[in-house]
Write a protein that binds this ligand. Structure first.
Ligand SMILES: [Fe+2]
Length: 445
């Protein structure tokens, strides 16, 4: 009898990957986190009071210092942000306690984030469609324990686009928060996000969208910190930059300032590009340039900066050419995953674009071969996936190991890349201006 019982549990777990979240745990997202502070947002039923506290690894109790509730008319749910500051750093697990009227107590694990290590593990995903739900990729997150998660667009799919009112977006966001096991993990992981057209609420949406401001507001409520400003620099629209382990992660807003497709139209808009380049020039930290849709994609008919707004794209590339700071691109949206490599002639230095998609959505087997990409080094289609990165800054190189991982943990492709830099040996997070970056090389396994 005992054996039968064990078998039943294994089978029942294996079946969960294709269905909605079945955990009774609250939907919680860990937001910006550093050595001494952390913010969370929690989906809670409206009209109930909760108390939040953190227990440190030494057993000390801290109460939430700040709290903010975001509501939507007639909705029975609220998003409550809570922030804890003044925590003493430890690499050990902290506990978040939530106590309320409907539930006696819930305890979740989390860690603070130290800036001092030189290596960094993070996961990137895009395209999470409720209709194709697959918890497999989220199980890979739990197994691999990245230090951060970046959701880079189409983080949920409203049933119909364009949305007829902001209420549609609110409901779709709540549904994703309830159904994706990403938000119910026992061990929380700091997460940051940017968007694409589904999050925005308009297919192939641009700045003309009626609900632009409401959409920006709701996206920030669900994915961005509301209380803490540490490590984050907010830009135009929903753009933001994180500084993590001596690297910049620039999350661009590819919808709010976009013109309809035209050769001279804007993709990110001048204000946002100026904001982005100012950072890139002022603080020469290795930078991950992140957007929902692809940067390089002129060869296909789907959305990309190069394909939709070619003149502005050329100017954007021209500005990047004058930058000494090493940078790479991350994008999603394509419902396939690939790595592109750009020789020095294109950007003035070796660089790459990593495209990852979908976490769970419709896939198109054969699309990699059907559309040969001149810059592609490797690509995979017909499967859900996320991209896991291990990166570190060493004496004279910026090393990046991307792995595309499928929902069963299969490695779809992996590479070890190295961008060689001249003065990284002087690397220290607080001395960014002393560094210059020139040579680059590319190593393939
Ligand atoms: Fe998508």
């Amino acid at each position: 009898m005992k054996y039968l019982f064990i078998l039943w549990i294994i089978v029942s777990c294996a079946h969960q990957s294709g269905s909605k979240n079945t955990s009774s745990r609250l939907s919680i997202l860990q937001l910006v986190t550093n050595e001494s502070s952390v913010e969370f947002n929690i989906l809670l039923p409206r009209g109930h009071n909760y108390q939040f506290s953190v227990i440190t690894p030494e057993g000390k109790k801290h109460l939430a210092l700040q709290s903010q509730v975001s509501e939507f008319e007639n909705s029975e749910w609220v998003i409550q942000n809570i922030a804890f500051t003044g925590l003493k750093y430890s690499p050990e697990v902290f506990k978040l306690h939530v106590e309320g009227a409907l539930k006696t107590e819930e305890v979740r694990d989390f860690r603070l984030f130290s800036q001092s290590k030189e290596s960094f593990k993070f996961a990137v995903g895009s395209c999470a469609d409720e209709k194709h739900i697959d918890q497999g990729v989220y199980q890979q997150i739990e197994a691999r324990k990245p230090e951060w998660i970046f959701l880079i667009g189409d983080n949920h799919y409203p049933e119909r686009l364009p949305i007829s009112s902001p209420e549609y977006l609110w409901k779709s966001l709540i549904t994703a928060r309830q159904d994706f096991s990403l938000y119910h993990m026992q061990e929380l992981i700091p997460t940051h996000a940017t968007w694409d057209d589904n999050d925005y609420g308009m297919n192939n949406g641009d700045k003309s969208f009626t609900h632009r401001e409401a959409s920006q507001h709701l996206f920030k409520v669900f994915f961005h910190p509301q209380l803490l400003e540490e490590n984050i620099h907010k830009g135009p629209g929903i753009a933001s930059r994180l500084m993590l382990r001596g690297m910049h992660f620039s999350f661009l807003d590819n919808r709010s300032f976009r013109d309809a497709p035209s050769s001279e139209g804007e993709h990110f808009g001048q204000e946002q590009e100026n904001w982005f380049f100012e950072d890139l020039q002022k603080e020469a930290l290795p930078t991950w340039i992140i957007s929902g849709d692809q940067f390089f994609g002129g060869y296909h008919e789907f959305e990309s900066y190069e394909g939709l707004h070619p003149q502005r794209f050329d100017q954007f590339i021209g500005r990047l050419k004058n930058i000494q700071t090493p940078f790479v691109f991350i994008s999603g949206d394509r419902h396939l995953s690939e790595i592109m490599q750009f020789p020095r002639a294109v950007l003035g230095q070796l660089s790459f674009e990593f495209t990852t998609s979908p976490m769970h959505a419709k896939t198109y087997p054969g699309s990699v071969e059907a559309k040969p990409n001149p810059w592609r080094v490797v690509g995979v289609d017909g499967t859900n996936s996320m991209m896991f990165f291990e990166t570190h800054l060493e004496e004279q190189s910026w090393r990046i190991k991307p792995q595309a991982v499928g929902p069963k943990g299969e490695i779809l492709f992996e590479r070890q890349l190295s961008l060689t830099t001249e003065r990284l040996k002087d690397f220290e997070a607080d001395k960014p201006k002393q560094r210059r970056y020139r040579r680059a090389r590319w190593r393939r396994r």
